[in-house]
Design a protein around this ligand. Structure first.
Ligand code: GLT
Ligand code: MN
Ligand code: MN
Length: 387
């Protein structure tokens, strides 16, 4: 079938996504908790390529070494039997009360040290299961009151932690990249490094910037009312799009984590078109949850829907790229008479002299209609299925 997921699509889900029992701040679980092994089988059944996890999604925080080994070997067996892979892993540095004031940016040096130790162990676990990308979502790296922390100290502590962990991964000989995931707020009032742009700026201050990229999430930029495509494009342009968290989210709401493409279809379309046009080869990871109204059949519908919508939008993107009227409009919009190709070589005194000597018909430039209304309407019609 045309929209069936295949391994080459690299669709992955976190254990915490399909495994969410539907808890929210106002109500308890609505679904029974499935084991990691059961979740691997569920993901295999819906056609996913891979499964990602936090250390404690797989191994409880208080497990003994013996329990850990049993859990890991059962999980490996399920991976072998289903063919699922683990492309990414991460650390839970936000659930335990020890992290209530952050992990790497906690005011307490003992908490910061514990966070480093926990992450080293979690990196070992991820690498053991095959992860090549390691995500850092600073769930509680922030404040409710800025009287509590100096943001310069917090920035330094966060940087020190990442430098330490990069050196750890290098020292262990791991083939691993780090992907930093920004979020503007929630669960804390304000989180440090809140957007993709701020993470990209921060990465350039690290000791091993080449090892570190970003993991942008649709919902997190939308929460801040930002254009996700533009953030992803900047990450791609910087060579830093190491991973991506797909879901959906209305602007201005709490963290909704909806099924991919279920709310802001146009934004989802431009995103898929971008990823496919540039040839992004990383995971298409779904960091989303089924509605709290659902049982596990609904969870499977949710997971299938995430992947199916991606593939439908991919097909729409191909259609956009070969639609004669759309392409004609784009060609006309971007028409180039070649008169200024000399600027492409960059600055020189000669080129500046030549530019200064030109006369521009400013009024005519401003009078030109661009036909974006037509282009946008054609795009909408394509998405609505009438072209
Ligand atoms: C949590 C969060 C996500 C992060 C996950 C990785 S955990 O679900 O809301 O955005 O990507 O830590
Ligand atoms: Mn999220
Ligand atoms: Mn995420």
């Amino acid at each position: 079938m045309a929209y069936d997921p295949k391994p080459e699509h690299k669709f992955t889900f976190g254990l915490w996504t399909v495994g969410s029992p539907g808890r929210d701040p106002f109500g308890g679980p609505v679904r029974e908790t499935l084991s990691p092994v059961e979740l691997v089988y569920l993901l295999a059944e819906v056609g996913a390529y891979g499964v990602n996890f936090h250390d404690n999604d797989l191994v409880p925080i208080d497990a003994t070494p013996k329990e850990r080994n049993k859990i890991v070997s059962d999980f490996k067996k399920a991976l072998d039997e289903t063919g699922l892979v683990v492309p990414m892993a991460t650390t839970n540095l936000f659930s335990d009360p020890a992290f209530k004031d952050g992990a790497f940016t906690s005011n307490d040096p003992n908490v910061r040290a514990y966070a480093l130790q926990k992450t080293m162990n979690a990196i070992d676990l991820g690498v053991e299961l095959g992860a090549k990308v390691y995500v850092f979502w600073g769930g509680r790296e922030g404040t409710e009151t800025d009287s509590s922390k100096n943001p310069l100290d917090a920035g330094k502590w966060f940087r020190d932690a990442l430098n330490y962990l990069c050196d750890y991964a290098i020292d262990q000989g791991y083939d691993l990249k780090f992907a930093l995931e920004p979020k503007p707020n929630e669960p804390r009032s304000d989180l440090y490094l809140p957007t993709v742009g701020s993470m990209l700026g921060f990465i350039s201050t690290l000791d091993h910037p080449e090892m570190v990229g970003v993991n942008p999430e649709v919902a997190h930029e939308h929460m801040a009312g930002l254009n996700f495509l533009h953030a992803v494009a900047q990450a791609w342009d910087s060579g830093k799009l190491f991973h991506i968290d797909l879901n959906d989210q209305m602007f201005g709401r709490y963290d909704q984590d909806f099924r991919f493409g279920s709310v802001m279809i146009k934004q989802a379309f431009y995103l898929v078109k971008f990823l496919e046009d540039v040839g992004y080869t990383g995971s298409r990871h779904y960091d989303a949850h089924a509605f709290r109204t659902e049982d596990y059949n609904g969870v499977k519908e949710f997971a299938r829907g995430c992947m199916r919508t991606y593939l439908i939008l991919k097909e729409k993107a191909e259609r956009f790229n070969r639609d004669p009227e759309i392409q004609e409009l784009l060609a006309a919009i971007r028409a180039d008479d070649g008169a200024h190709h000399y600027l492409a070589a960059g600055y020189s005194r000669e080129s500046a002299e030549r530019l200064r000597g030109e006369t521009f018909d400013r009024v005519a430039l401003g009078r030109r209609g661009l036909n974006y209304e037509r282009l946008d309407q054609l795009t909408v019609e394509l998405l609505l299925g009438v072209r």
